[in-house]
Design a protein around this ligand. Structure first.
Ligand code: SAH
Length: 361
């Protein structure tokens, strides 16, 4: 059986340098190749016109070039938000979103196909985990959207389907690629990674001392409510989680963001806001309130606007930094993961037709 091919868009520049030399070519070709993969965001080897034919032939023979295929896009008439459905080389489907802000374009990417964290309010949890995405598959979401719109992408949020810290090695490689000065060179400060709270991985990430923003999906002010909403809370309790966040701040100097999805009658009371304020008191942090996005399969409702504002005011009284998340693409909404869910089963899960050029085995 043929050995699995090297996924060329998942390699660092150093690794490409080793590869190019092994293939009997000059080292400087690695940098040219890296630029084709990560600056020009090439879809085929044949585009790489400044590489010698001999090298292109060897790359086609020995490596695979991951390219995502756009299956659908929904465009918001209100704010131009674009929600993409992509298929991966093995036919799995994922969602990504382009949001246009005053300060620049932000892409929200998926880190896994499906998710095994099981949060009760989340549409992505319903089908369970299929698999983690490769670094190339994460990068390709940014690249395809950049190429399709012809616009510069300045921010990345890892807040789509999946738990990024459950795909740790690939996530780190992706972050390295996005911020590499030989690639798109996105500033670390313009990247946010959101986690449901896998404590040992938060500590590990802190030790990498990156300047990225860590967002924690907290969603509750006490252990009992958090357990009801998020199975991960059975494994790590709130004090442990907040300790890991303090450690993250100490190691990186970066203020942590807490996401708090408000669910009517579950976690949106004034007493809840007070409890939350007391938990976070003295922490260098920011709270992002998100009225829960109703999911067809789940029974959760948004509080009314008054309640959301009262909750915010209560937190502010304790000196906590709070924002209410601006809803982007309201008209194309439906909770995260819903576009993918709707399409699952309706798209041929076979391999891409046009991938022979990329040499996928
Ligand atoms: N697994 C990571 C990142 C993906 S989810 C995490 O848990 O943080 C991105 C954010 O959307 C998380 O804060 C998640 O809790 C939230 N979310 C998921 N479904 C939601 C819904 N129906 N309404 C509001 N927020 C939701």
């Amino acid at each position: 059986m043929e050995q699995e091919r090297m996924d060329i868009r998942s390699q660092t520049l150093e690794e490409l340098t080793v590869l190019v030399e092994e293939l009997g070519e000059k080292r400087f070709r690695a940098k040219q190749l890296y630029q084709w993969l990560h600056v020009h965001r090439a879809e085929t080897f044949d585009e790489m016109t400044n590489l010698p034919k001999s090298l292109i032939g060897k790359l086609k023979a020995h490596t695979a070039l991951t390219v995502l295929r756009q299956e659908a896009v929904q465009v918001s008439a209100i704010d131009g938000t674009r929600k993409y459905l992509f298929s991966l080389p093995d036919g799995n489907l994922i969602e990504s979103v382009l949001m246009r802000y005053q300060h620049g374009n932000s892409v929200c990417i998926s880190s896994q196909a499906g998710c095994r964290m099981g949060c009760r309010f989340c549409a992505s949890a319903i089908g369970g985990l299929v698999r983690g995405l490769t670094p190339a598959e994460m990068a390709e979401q940014v690249y395809r959207i950049g190429r399709e719109t012809g616009e510069r992408i300045s921010n990345i949020v890892v807040m789509g389907t999946g738990e990024p810290l459950d795909n740790y090695e690939n996530l780190l490689r992706f972050l390295t690629m996005m911020t590499d000065e030989n690639g798109l060179h996105i500033s670390q400060r313009n990247i946010t990674v959101s986690t449901c709270g896998i404590v040992p991985r938060i500590r590990q990430l802190a030790d990498e001392k990156l300047q990225i923003t860590l967002a924690i999906s907290l969603h509750a002010s006490n252990q009992k409510t958090r357990r009801e909403l998020m199975p991960v809370a059975e494994k790590y309790d709130i004090p442990e989680l907040l300790d890991a966040c303090r450690y993250y701040f100490r190691q990186t100097g970066r203020r942590v963001t807490f996401e708090y999805s408000l669910v009517a009658g579950v976690n949106d009371s004034d007493a809840g806001a007070e409890e939350l304020a007391k938990l976070l008191l003295g922490m260098n942090c920011h709270v992002n309130l998100i009225p829960v996005n109703p999911v067809k399969e789940r029974n959760y409702r948004q509080p009314d606007r008054r309640r959301v504002h009262d909750f915010k005011n209560k937190l502010e009284k304790y000196g906590i930094n709070v924002t209410i998340r601006r809803e982007m693409g309201r008209d194309i909404d439906g909770a995260c993961g819903q576009l993918r869910k709707r399409y699952m089963g309706s798209v041929d899960p076979g391999l891409h037709e046009d991938e022979t050029d990329g040499g996928l085995g």
